[in-house]
Design a protein around this ligand. Structure first.
Ligand code: SAH
Length: 265
């Protein structure tokens, strides 16, 4: 089998405008005139991986469904985003295994089951009935979770404190042409007030406490999903619902995320 199947148009060289923005700036609505076309140089794939990608991805989605993910919206999003384009070429063969993988600078892309779980939790927010509005992600990393959120939310702001990863995510997301996914470089512990209030806030890095700014920037009816230190050296997934009467906290299963750090680097 040497035929290339359909389903990979997003990586054909295009003149799309970048799907990212600096804090405070709005994404341009029209493609930038004369913008250099980025050939997909950063995504070489070993022979065979691209050919099998659709089948391998649908097996991943099947496993997610068997593992308890029952949101069709999430399963659809996970089947449409090509995770193998977000990892280094040497790791492409593991892209659809349920494992976290290194993305450089000591950080990792979360495993698919965790991405699906957190996305499903966000979609369960009171104000997500009928679809998620504006969402903030803390910890863009390689941009994979941001792309998945882009499939289920009207607008996504994703902030990363490491410039190298912010740039990597821009490169990874550019061919997807997601004009409603805004990548920001900055300290996500401060949230991103310009985009608030958010229907959902998702953190991909865990600290010992939830920064006040996140709860302040959450809409009433909105939901925050984040890993948080459990005081015993581990982390648990925490859900905070902002109700008209105050914040409701629910502690869920144990998780293992990279640390939430302050400042930029
Ligand atoms: N969602 C990402 C996961 C990246 S790992 C993906 O799909 O690839 C978590 C990321 O959080 C790391 O890149 C780390 O640099 C970032 N991070 C940690 N503390 C942060 C902070 N205060 N603000 C923004 N990003 C932060």
């Amino acid at each position: 089998m040497t035929q290339r199947p359909p389903g990979f148009p997003s990586w054909i060289a295009s003149s799309a405008s970048p799907s990212s923005a600096k804090p405070g700036s709005k994404p341009s609505a029209k493609p930038g005139a004369g913008q250099a076309t980025r050939a997909p140089a950063a995504m070489p794939m070993p022979m065979g991986v691209g050919l099998d990608s659709i089948a391998v991805r649908s097996r991943m989605v099947q496993r997610l469904a068997q593992g308890g993910v029952n949101s069709q919206q999430v399963l659809q999003a996970m089947s449409s985003v090509e995770r193998h384009h977000f990892v280094d070429s040497a790791l492409v063969n593991q892209a659809y295994e349920d494992t976290s993988l290194p993305i450089g600078l000591g950080q990792t892309i979360s495993k698919p089951s965790v991405v699906a779980r957190m996305t499903a939790l966000l979609l369960g927010a009171e104000c997500a009935r009928g679809g998620l509005g504006r969402v903030l992600e803390i910890g863009t990393g390689c941009g994979y979770q941001a792309a998945v959120l882009g499939r289920v939310a009207q607008e996504v702001y994703s902030i990363e404190r490491l410039r190298g990863l912010h740039e990597k995510a821009r490169t990874n997301l550019r061919p997807l042409r997601l004009a409603h996914v805004h990548l920001l470089f900055g300290d996500g512990m401060l949230g991103y007030a310009q985009g608030a209030p958010y229907a959902g806030i998702l953190a991909a890095a865990g600290g010992d406490a939830i920064p006040d700014a996140w709860c302040e920037q959450l809409a009433v009816g909105g939901r925050l999903v984040a890993p948080m230190g459990n005081g015993a050296g581990g982390q648990s997934l925490l859900v905070i619902d902002k109700t008209p009467y105050g914040l409701k906290r629910t502690v869920l299963e144990a998780v293992n995320f990279v640390p939430l750090k302050s400042g930029i680097a």
